[in-house]
Write a protein that binds this ligand. Sequence first.
Ligand SMILES: [Zn+2]
Length: 456
Amino acid sequence: MRMDRRLFNPVIEQLSRSELEALRWRRAHATLGRVYATSPFYRGRLQRACVTPDEIRTPEDFRRRVPTVDKLAILEDQHEHPPLGSAIAVDDALLEYCFLTSGTSGKGQEVHAYTAADVSDSLTSWAASLHWAGVLPGDTAYHMVPVGVTAGPVTLLAGFQHYGLRTFAVGNMDGQARLEMMRRFSPHFFSTGPVYLRRLTTLCHELGIEPRRDFPALKAIKVGSFGFDVPWAREMEVFWGAKLIDTYASTQAGGGIASTCEHGTYLADGRRGLMHFPEHKVYAEVLSPETSEPAREDEEGEVVLTSFGREAMPILRFRTGGKVVFKSHRQCACGRPFDGIEAGTVSRYDTMLKIRGMNLWPEAVDAIVLAHPQVDEYNGRVEVADNGRELARVMLCFKPEVPADAAQRARVLVELRAQIKARTGVAMEVQEVQPGEIERFTYKERRWRDQRRQTP
Ligand SMILES: [Zn+2]
């Protein structure tokens, strides 16, 4: 076997495509059998579809006959069988951790239970991504998302520590304090989002910080599956003197699912790069939403995941809602056999917005604001404030018959702000505008605009 320091798992990463497909299918088939035998939720769904694992002999059978499942089906099952639902496939005593998903679709939050092995799998899910980017155990890392609100930031931070990074969790510091820490303890790597990376770049200019001079050891910056353009990625890499890493994660499938390799987010010819799926750990399908057939090269589709390692709550053909562009392994020069998805273009099929790490479904805000008897209409905006913080703003107008009593109107705004925070987990600014200043909607349309990418 070739010794190649780029590789994290040399045996797997040097398989041929057909060897990998054979391994992946053996594991998918074994997962199907195990889930059928141990998880009442999935067994019921398979029985209703008249499917037994023995009849599923090929990937083609798997795709055509094994039903997909989505977030709503899991939520409904958890309502019917509280608190954890009937998907649990292990003895209750083995459940060591429970997380709620971040945010709510207005229909409640899913619970995800983990065994010790699930936790360990989730912590190691970032290791290949870090290794491929040249980040090594012992390197100094900064984790910039506040910890403690949702499962994602907690498991990411623990994942960095598990990999052996000396990690500073600076999520609760302001930008200047973070940069001062970074001057004191020079970083090899940090993890943030594109919006905040723009803000940090502006702050560096203001404070006279030149990352190439002041952070000479910096190798990589993880920007994590938010949209960005290639010229912007190139500009950031030149300014910071570091490679950008893009990743795709799924709470349901237990953490990091796809990542760019050493070739990064774009190729030498300016085309976008590719995030590889770890196909020895997950059966990742990218399916056209119209036909449910696999997306072809460079075609758009939804990510559907089957995770081989999840013990407590298996994931069998879970529709993630992630809207991606499929890329075969042949499009990347690294030689790994893993297919993947395009870097920098992941979005959603549903209306979900990600705000400061929290998932927000605009319908949940509609349900609160439009239910208020004095509110006539509202528009929502997500933008970036001057301090680099992502800001959600609700602009509403009152019904014509509501008295022009400033104190009473202000009370309504305060009341709505508290209800939105309590029910969605996202703090928002709520302000009154005049009827002509916002768009009106007759049907169930998108009242929200995401203006984060327009912000310089
Ligand atoms: Zn590659």
